[in-house]
Design a protein around this ligand. Structure first.
Ligand code: PHE
Length: 373
């Protein structure tokens, strides 16, 4: 299989004061689950390819091997993310240094590909976000970006306002993609905000009794096209989170399962099979540990979760705030978190988890300068 060149450790874990990439994160770069045939994420990717190729024969170029280490400018500025947007914070994004990040969305490739003359593309890759820990969040996940440029003669021929022409094609395309994967589902559109599209929408589908948000999209901001492709062109874009689609479609209950090579998981998903449904092979018991401390300026939930993952890896299932209070006299705030440890593959012993929890406590006290209680 095709494999992306991965950066070396020295390239992404630097002495730069802005660097916040951990070894745990580094170990995920270059794995490229979306390129592994038979992996559920790859199956979702291929199914979307199939639909897009059927609807737009020969139109979309496909990119699934783009380097995940990108200029900060490409990740944010080129797609008009405001300077004060939360996603730029080092609490949310992995910085190699001030000028370089691990992409936090595949939209980081919009401008670059447009400048290369690619007007219609699907770009799939691993994306990186600092976040909290639960069954649906993992600091690395995968997205597919689509950009579709309509040349002037094309949208003029529709007789519609260009924005209306784009919106119409965008919505019809995405409802088609969703039905291609999920069957004859009901779809509804919700207004959204993204800096790089206007108007922006989220698609929700009614699946197994719930309305689920499954993607973000919109009509591209004109300046992105004017500055990087050709003035006067119109276009639309979407971004699909592949884990989200795979978890919903295949009934996969925990996002860590995408990373296991346990055959009881991997054998369940034949390449290209959209009808596979996850059958639980065992559910080992969780082990809960509580940790209370006085918070510090260095503390944030994302920082706490980063340390938990660094120490416990994929044994960390959830980190949940269970108590918080502020002492009115000293104005200090105490928080108590419950960490749930569970292996997808085996039973854990209490000794083993006590040892992990001690190392978590040490790391949190040392790195976040909190006072343990
Ligand atoms: N980049 C957006 C995200 O990560 C998704 C998106 C892509 C929205 C393209 C609109 C257009 O949430």
């Amino acid at each position: 299989p095709q494999t992306a060149l991965a950066p070396s450790r020295e390239e992404v874990i630097t002495a730069d004061p802005a660097n916040n990439v951990t070894d745990n994160i580094f170990s995920k770069i270059g794995v490229n689950l979306h390129q592994q045939r038979g992996h559920p994420l790859c199956t979702i990717k291929e199914a979307i390819y199939d639909y897009m190729d059927k609807e737009f024969p020969g139109v979309f170029s496909k990119h699934d091997n783009l380097y995940p280490v990108v200029p900060t400018v490409a990740n944010f500025d080129d797609v008009l993310v405001p300077l004060d947007h939360v996603s730029r914070s080092p609490n949310d994004t992995y910085y190699v240094n001030k000028a370089t990040v691990l992409r936090c969305h595949t939209s980081a490739h919009q401008a670059e590909l447009l400048r290369k003359g690619e007007g219609n593309f699907l770009a799939t890759g691993d994306v990186y976000r600092r976040d909290t820990i639960d069954a649906t969040h993992y600091p690395v996940f995968h997205q597919m970006e689509a950009v579709r440029v309509m040349k002037e003669d094309y949208w003029r021929a529709t007789g519609l306002e260009p924005v209306v022409a784009c919106e119409r094609e965008l919505k019809a395309t995405l409802e088609g993609v969703a039905r291609h994967l999920f069957g004859d589902v009901e779809c509804r559109w919700v207004d959204a905000y993204f800096p790089f599209t206007e108007p922006s929408f989220e698609l929700e589908i009614y699946f197994n009794g719930d309305w689920l948000e499954v993607l973000g999209c919109g009509v591209m901001q004109q300046s992105i096209l004017d500055d990087n492709y050709a003035a006067g062109t119109k276009g639309w874009a979407f971004g699909i989170g592949l884990e989200r689609w795979a978890m919903v479609l295949f009934d996969i209950p925990d996002i860590r399962l995408f990373w296991t090579d346990d055959e009881r998981m991997t054998k369940q998903f034949p390449p290209g099979d959209l009808s596979a449904r996850f059958k639980p092979f065992s559910k080992y018991p969780p082990c809960f540990k509580d940790m209370a401390f006085w918070v510090s300026p260095e503390f944030s939930e994302n920082n706490l979760c980063e340390l938990v993952r660094s120490v416990a890896g994929d044994l960390a299932e959830e980190v949940k705030l269970i108590d918080e209070f502020t002492n009115p006299k000293t104005n200090r705030t105490s928080r108590c978190y419950r960490i749930s440890y569970r292996s997808m593959e085996r039973s854990l012993t209490d000794e083993e988890i006590n040892e992990v929890q001690f190392r978590v406590r040490d790391a949190v006290a040392e790195k976040l300068k909190v006072e343990l209680r």
